[in-house]
Write a protein that binds this ligand. Structure first.
Ligand SMILES: C[S@@+](CC[C@H](N)C(=O)[O-])C[C@H]1O[C@@H](n2cnc3c(N)ncnc32)[C@H](O)[C@@H]1O
Length: 353
């Protein structure tokens, strides 16, 4: 599997499967990977009475150009509309989603989660028509279907294939289950914009990135992800790219890890999410220490919190945020930047000297 960055190498990591290691010494703030998604799909409810307020191709907030066939899916620009009609909103996708939304659709009575999974299945069947090699990449990722996925995939496969039979795709119910399992383990969320006084941000789209998917988790990560979906000009095809930036220096050969969620979560929450969503027990330095903590132990000394400085330095304190801060890229003279950027709200914080 090729890695789309000369700064990272794919390697086997004991107890974790494949992972990404530094191909050379990496500096705090350095951008180590920028990548476009191979599959990207909306979480907007299929049966909502309104249309999404995000472009159905690039997920920016402005949506003013409608699909000429269904007029329900909207785009931020003529360019996104034209691109979508050849890819993410092809005539097959348009037809499949319209059929699914028909009031008689059995999907209407199903859970929100299954409706979002239906959007993934439509997107991946479409991908198999326009880029079969991308489906092979998805199939090579980690992820095995459990009973719930097998059941959901069998329902969705028969529903979508019978409503709108794709001419050429070879995706059986079994392959659909495989692909749904890969999606669950490997997708990244694209979030709604941050507002300090707004409601909790929700997820507007899921995306899978072919190299980024190999980042393993650490509760004290040395890298973190950024995205700039709302930035740039409408029609720019790269606004859904994901960018990974080092939080701290890592020597050549060291593993580069991200956190799969916000880093200020407590031990039991982290343990539960990692087991339920990713199927592993974390053996990182922070977990080893926190596993021994006694709840409400008033006697804990500062040696029980050796990573407290990390949370103070790298957790954003803006209202309603708790994103992760990473330094801006080093300056021209290779000096580390003392400005940290939050990957959730975008706030810039100058580090105290
Ligand atoms: C998105 S994949 C990461 C790439 C994966 N290691 C591979 O070989 O393709 C997530 C999976 O990697 C493994 N993983 C990630 N971080 C881990 C860690 N800290 N300890 C053990 N396994 C980990 C788990 O199996 C998890 O479900």
């Amino acid at each position: 599997m090729a890695v789309s960055s000369s700064l990272l190498k794919l390697d086997q990591i004991q107890g974790k499967g494949r992972g990404l290691i530094a191909a050379q010494n990496l500096k705090a703030g350095q951008i180590v990977l920028t990548e476009s998604p191979i599959i990207l799909y909306s979480t907007f409810p299929l049966f909502s009475d309104s249309s999404s307020s995000y472009c159905d191709h690039c997920f920016r907030s402005i949506s003013s150009f409608s699909c000429p066939s269904c007029s329900r899916h909207r785009f931020c620009s003529q360019k996104c509309l034209s691109l979508a009609l050849k890819s993410s909103h092809s005539s097959w996708v348009c037809q499949a989603l319209s059929h699914l939304r028909d009031s008689g659709s059995e999907l209407l009575r199903q859970s929100d989660e299954l409706q979002v999974q239906a959007c993934f299945v439509v997107a991946v069947y479409n991908l198999s028509l326009i880029s079969p090699s991308s489906v092979q990449i998805l199939l090579s990722l980690m992820g095995t279907p459990d009973e719930a996925i097998v059941k959901a995939s069998s329902f969705l496969h028969s529903l979508i294939s019978s409503l709108c039979p794709p001419q050429d795709h070879q995706l059986s119910a079994e392959l659909t289950a495989q692909l749904m399992a890969k999606d669950r383990l490997n997708s990244f969320c694209l979030m709604e914009p941050y507002y300090p006084d707004g409601p909790q941000r929700s997820i507007k789209a899921y995306a899978i990135y072919p190299t980024a998917t190999f980042f393993n988790h650490d509760c004290l990560p040395n890298a973190c992800r950024f995205d700039y979906v709302e930035d740039g000009v409408p029609g720019d095809e790269h606004n859904t790219d994901i960018v990974f930036r080092m939080i701290e220096d890592v020597a050549e050969g060291g593993e580069v890890c991200i956190s799969y969620f916000r880093i200020n979560r407590d031990y039991s929450t982290r343990k539960r999410i990692l087991m339920e969503d990713y199927g592993f027990v974390c053996g990182c330095e922070r977990c080893k220490i926190e596993a021994n903590w006694v709840v409400d132990d008033g006697d804990q000394s500062s040696s029980d919190f050796p990573h407290e400085w990390f949370l103070k330095k790298y957790v954003c304190e803006k209202k309603n945020c708790s994103g992760t801060l990473a330094p801006l890229p080093p300056k021209d003279d290779d000096e580390p930047s003392d400005v940290l950027e939050c990957n959730f709200c975008g706030n810039l914080k100058v580090e105290a000297a």
